[in-house]
Design a protein around this ligand. Structure first.
Ligand SMILES: Cc1ncc(COP(=O)(O)O)c(C=O)c1O
Length: 480
């Protein structure tokens, strides 16, 4: 946040006026936009109210802003010639485009994270920085000379990384992939994006779990797809519902997150897996298996992907390093039939010419280093400890108010609030208490659920965070 410079000779009010003028001229404050009150402006810039009044007086005198009776101070609607640039109406532009804005709850959470107020963060479904393999990455960077060319690479992805991934998938996931059947993407998110953009058309019906991963919901809607929910019970989705949706809406694809599903943490039951793959094979509908979490199993062996049951090429398998190593590397992958890989690699070339060589080079060395197995063992132990800290704190603080199923993997705990509660009010009360979490409605579920991620906060924050959450919940539930 910009603040005026107190050590220069230029008066503070002038600096503020120039700063506002500059924000107007670059379109950040379009004509007609409402400006903060003088009191708010003073707070924002850390100045006296009288300095704020002086700054506005100056801008008003030059016609850049105007006072509108009843609605405060606004940027003048008639700015032509007043500023060095003619100002496009950015607010109209930003409402356009095919990509929907993020969900309001997610924007509110992001703003709170960015505010620097140090909320205890149960909202971000990612690993805490101390859980990433930083030491292994440092070693790779110091011990291996970087000798790759720095031109546009293969849009299908850095070949040595695809070779390493094929071996990783064989060893850890029993998936028989070759480097040719793998596409490297910028996280699983880009795999999902490419699939929606290149393999589906606006108006197509798809089946997704309900509730399901929140960042994929607006992306599917932006692609003009019609979404139909598959309810998720203790054993995952029910194959019968897929058949029904096919009969009723001719669904063209099924998106599943069968292992430690986000947000519910459920694992699709073995018998249902067989039935779902058989049913989709019979109907000729592809399954997109988003397998972000299977390697984070906490107590048992990781569940095997649906892809291992697929012998005819029905399943597109999507994975990533985000939840098992580092989301900032942006390394994701997809295993699919050749024709699909070629189509998506071609789209990738048009879109961004492929992923930067650097994270791909690091990931290839990481997978080849033998560090991965050690890292995964440590990660699972830490996640299990964090999950237990979270669960113990919840049982202590909210024994009556909350119920949940203990997840055996993934990063999240899906909690049901046992009394009716407003998502918006609960989130705002939480933010006030200094704690962040995600209201269940963000995932498409009915209200009254909350997702708490145990991977992101520091271990020592978990107990305090749950005390704050409990306080927020109790005050929200308290009769008025
Ligand atoms: C189920 C699921 N799929 C995909 C993603 C996207 O992850 P990334 O793009 O970092 O691989 C996430 C992130 O939270 C997720 O939970």
């Amino acid at each position: 946040m910009w603040k005026p410079e107190r050590s220069t000779n230029k008066p503070l009010y002038r600096q503020i006026a120039e700063h506002i003028e500059q924000r107007i001229s670059i379109g950040e404050l379009p004509p007609g936009s409402v400006l903060p009150s003088e009191r708010k402006l003073a707070e924002q810039y850390g100045i006296n109210r009288s300095t704020a009044v002086q700054a506005y007086d100056e801008l008003r005198a030059s016609g850049v802003i105007e006072r509108v009776p009843g609605s405060g101070t606004r940027v003048s609607k008639h700015l032509w010639g007043m500023t060095p640039l003619s100002v496009p109406n950015w607010s109209r532009y930003v409402e356009g485009g095919t990509f929907l804005p993020n969900l309001p709850f997610m924007r509110r959470i992001r703003e709170s994270i960015q505010s620097g107020e140090n909320h205890i963060n149960f909202a971000s479904g990612e690993l805490a920085p101390e859980l990433a393999p930083n030491e292994a990455v440092r070693t790779i960077m110091t011990q291996h000379p970087f000798e790759e060319t720095l031109g546009y690479g293969d849009p299908q992805g850095y070949a040595p990384l695809r070779v390493q991934l094929a071996s990783f998938l064989r060893t850890y996931r029993q998936i028989q992939a070759t480097d040719e059947s793998i596409l490297i993407t910028s996280g699983s998110q880009q795999s999902l994006y490419l699939i929606t953009q290149c393999l589906l058309s606006p108006g197509d019906a798809i089946a997704i779990e309900n509730p399901s991963y929140c960042y994929s919901l607006p992306m599917f809607q932006s692609a003009g797809l019609r979404l139909f929910g598959l309810s998720v019970d203790k054993h995952g989705v029910n194959p019968e519902e897929i058949r029904t949706l096919y009969r009723q809406h001719r669904i063209r694809m099924v998106f599943l997150n069968p292992n430690y599903q986000n947000p519910t943490g459920t694992v699709l039951a073995p018998a249902r897996r067989l039935e779902i793959v058989a049913c989709c094979e019979q109907l000729g509908i592809p399954i997109v298996e988003d397998d972000a979490f299977s390697m984070t199993s906490l107590e048992t062996d990781p569940p095997m992907p649906l892809k291992t049951l697929d012998h005819g090429g029905t399943v597109i398998y999507v994975g990533s390093l985000s939840k098992i190593a580092a989301s900032g590397l942006r390394i994701g992958w997809m295993v699919a039939p050749q024709s699909v890989i070629h189509r998506l690699a071609d789209a990738r070339q048009q879109m961004d010419f492929g992923l930067s060589i650097f994270p791909q080079w690091i990931a290839a060395h990481f997978l080849n280093s033998g560090e991965l197995a050690r890292h995964l063992d440590g990660l699972r132990l830490s996640l299990r400890h964090r999950r237990d800290l979270l669960v113990d704190a919840l049982i202590r603080e909210l024994p009556e108010e909350i119920t949940f199923e203990l997840p055996n993997g993934g990063l999240n705990l899906w909690c049901k609030v046992n009394k009716p509660v407003g998502d918006y009010e609960l989130l705002e009360k939480g933010i006030k208490q200094g704690v962040l979490f995600v209201p269940g409605s963000v995932y498409g579920s009915e209200s009254g659920y909350v997702r708490l991620s145990y991977a992101r906060p520091r271990e020592e924050e978990i107990e305090t965070g749950i005390r704050k959450f409990a306080e927020a919940l109790r005050t929200t539930l308290a009769p008025r």
